[in-house]
Design a protein around this ligand. Structure first.
Ligand code: DI6
Ligand code: FE
Length: 415
């Protein structure tokens, strides 16, 4: 009743959003969008203090509460890009040309191109240059409703430069509304100066490099590229053991180009996620399900490499492995800085439904980062909220090139 809403109760909210349709992505409401129509949502101190049917709004101080109308449009959780390599310098456009002429990604890597060429450019760049480059990319994601981004190192491949990349990632987090989580990916590729000495390089990653990263608190997780052009299963295990010593969660670039049992390995360490996974087999899927490891699909890399091997989507669903989707934004295999494009590709390339795809960039992406405070709109969660001019949440996966974002609150703040 209107009368009761005028009373001075304890419901002193910082903001009330009314007249909204909310895709909460809360799977205790339903298995699709967790929809609440004709809803309202209240924010207090950066977190969601109330949400539900507008007709059920409890008493609040109508004079003291800033209120905005969502005008019947949709709210979703802020989107989460859980796997990016956002901090690097240089371009790989020429390599793109070569690949179009038939040279493979592995051949280019073997010639000292590929990741190594980005490493050269990134080593030469200073903090400021890297910051400016990465900020543009972060802005692109942000403009499409992304409120949390994971950023990996991996283009430095020595102590000084891996630290530099992670420092830039931390600086971005401090100077941008988007919440940034960082991952140490020293085991991304073998630097040229260590050719033929990969065990020695892994030793460096596991000792000096990781110790410096940890003592400066520069990483929230540790990743490795377990692949025939990356590091062996045994070497990846050494990296994970080192991470475990420092209580850092692990994740893995696994089964992208071949099956190295990386997913089983990361599951053995109760890792956060196995990412790429085109070549994942049933044993790997089962291990992930048992460990609660999230499957991160990277359709941009699949598309850009013209991969034809599909990740085992039906097995993942059969075993109830949560599926996340991310840009994998990087200069070599996914120079595609749009999470909405990935949502579209999740549907068109991997045949996920738009509801599965939205869960993949919200609830499941949060799980892939080990973040229990976001990814759903629910009382007690962070007020990371995207407001869209759409008539149905499937539209987010459907239409490209027109930005439908109206507002993005991050920790309750509009920027
Ligand atoms: N897998 C990828 O797709 C990227 N890294 C990785 O481990 C590629 C990175 C690059 O080519 O620069
Ligand atoms: Fe990647």
């Amino acid at each position: 009743m209107t009368q009761s809403k005028v009373s001075h109760s304890q419901n002193e909210w910082d903001l009330l959003i009314t007249d909204a349709n909310i895709a909460t992505m809360d799977n205790s409401i339903d298995q699709a969008y967790g929809t609440i129509e004709n809803a309202a949502l209240a924010i207090k101190d950066g977190y969601i203090a109330w949400l539900g049917k507008q007709t059920d709004l409890p008493a609040f101080d109508v004079f003291a509460t800033p209120t905005i109308s969502a005008k019947g449009q949709w709210l979703t959780p802020g989107l989460i890009d859980c796997h990016t390599h956002l901090v690097f310098a240089g371009s790989r456009a020429e390599e793109f040309e070569q690949r179009l002429q038939g040279v493979s990604y592995e051949q280019i890597a073997a010639q000292g191109g590929g990741i190594a060429s980005t490493v050269r450019a990134t080593r030469e760049a200073d903090h400021e240059t890297l910051f400016v480059l990465a900020k543009d990319r972060l802005n692109a994601l942000y403009s499409e409703g992304v409120s949390t981004v994971e950023i990996k190192s991996g283009y430095g491949l020595d102590c000084e430069n891996e630290i530099k990349i992670l420092e830039v990632a931390r600086l971005l987090g401090e100077n941008h509304p988007v919440d940034v989580k960082t991952t140490f990916l020293g085991a991304h590729a073998l630097p040229l100066e260590y050719q033929g000495r990969s065990d020695e390089y892994i030793e460096l990653v596991c000792t000096d490099m990781l110790e410096q990263v940890v003592s400066a608190d520069l990483a929230d997780a540790v990743d490795a590229f377990c692949e025939n052009v990356g590091f062996s299963n045994e070497q990846t295990r050494r990296v994970f053991n080192a991470a475990k010593k420092h209580n850092l969660p692990v994740k893995c670039h696994a089964e992208q180009l071949s099956n190295q049992q990386g997913a089983q390995l990361v599951a053995e360490f109760k890792g956060l996620s196995a990412d790429h996974i085109e070549y994942l087999d049933e044993a790997g899927v089962k291990a992930m399900a048992d460990a609660g490891t999230v499957a991160v699909l990277l359709p941009g890399a699949f598309y850009f490499l013209r991969e034809t091997k599909q990740p085992p989507i039906s097995l993942l669903k059969q075993y109830n492995v949560p599926i996340a989707i991310s840009t994998d934004f990087n200069p070599g295999t996914s120079p595609l800085c749009s999470l909405q494009l990935m949502m579209n590709m999740g549907c068109t390339l991997f045949r996920l439904t738009p509801a599965e795809t939205l869960a993949a960039v919200t609830r499941h992406a949060a799980m892939a980062l080990g973040l229990a405070d976001r990814g759903m709109l629910k009382v007690g969660m962070r007020a990371d909220i995207a407001h869209w001019q759409i008539s149905h949440p499937a539209q987010l996966s459907y239409q490209l090139g027109v930005n439908k974002l109206l507002n993005l609150w991050i920790l309750g703040r509009l920027n």
